[in-house]
Design a protein. Sequence first.
Length: 341
Amino acid sequence: MKNGFMDSELMKSMLNDPQILSQIGDMIQKSSVTAGTYTFSPATRSVFVAENLDYVIKLIVPTSTPIRNLMPRSKGMGQATAWEQLTSPLDPSALGTGTSAFFADAGTPGETTQTYVVKTAAYKLLGRKLSVGLQFIAASQSNPAGDAETNMLRIKTLEVMLGEEWGIINADSNVDSNAFDGLLKQIVTNSGTAGLLTASGVASYDQTLFELGGGATHLFLSARQKRGLSDELQNSGSVQRIVTMNPATGAVANANVKSIISPATENEIQLVTSRYMGSWGILGSMTSAAGENWVDMQDLIPMIKLDVPVTTFAKDSFIVESTVMRLMAEPYWYKIGGLGQ
């Protein structure tokens, strides 16, 4: 120390020490909080860093949230999003523009417009609180399976992902003002009822979409309906159960139908089983033939972990995301209700 000041070389070496830098960061965080109310002071100041959880999400088995994993994701801005939802077919028939694509020599091609409705939706928060006692964290540091906080982080992240999966299908802002509108709420043009999904029935629904200018790429269905569809295809001779022999365990047999071919469009329709489909099935086109997204999740805040101030001997975090679902081509989706569960 010289005249009350730290030697410059010593200071430089300390600022290159990760442990010392971490301690400085902890002191800055504590100094930003008013002890009496445990709020940030001033309110606009926060040095708590949000940790992106993409690396955790990628470790979670995709079968837990298959529809969420399929959804394209875009970056949001502001408090709400706005998009143009296509409400008319693209073809020139009477169902579409009604204007011929032919024109005379030296003439002018016909000008047409599609019908769009401007949709707006506010971003909605999904999240869970993670609270782990500091002694529990310390005691689990030597656990080969991972420390307590890391293990709980994976569980809570999955819990938020499951909540989003449910919301993509079922959420209704009229029922829960904190929620966005899911597919069942946003699909209004095409709907039907059935007791059991069959290959012929799916083809009929897809024919409706085809005649409107679309064609399904995915069918979201429950495990019960997936099993029923597999049984129907087996009974018709379309598929056979696979049998393998293992000297130790004996015969192993089952059938898993991952997709069906649409006779209307010749598209391969992927079967996506979600535990939250219940008595519904949803047939739709994820993208246009030109590659444009016809549905997406727009994220204002991707899934993050945010440490928050506490008044207990624990470490508290919020696992949160801010997002909304947007359906851009509503006529090219079909919902089927009344299905057995």
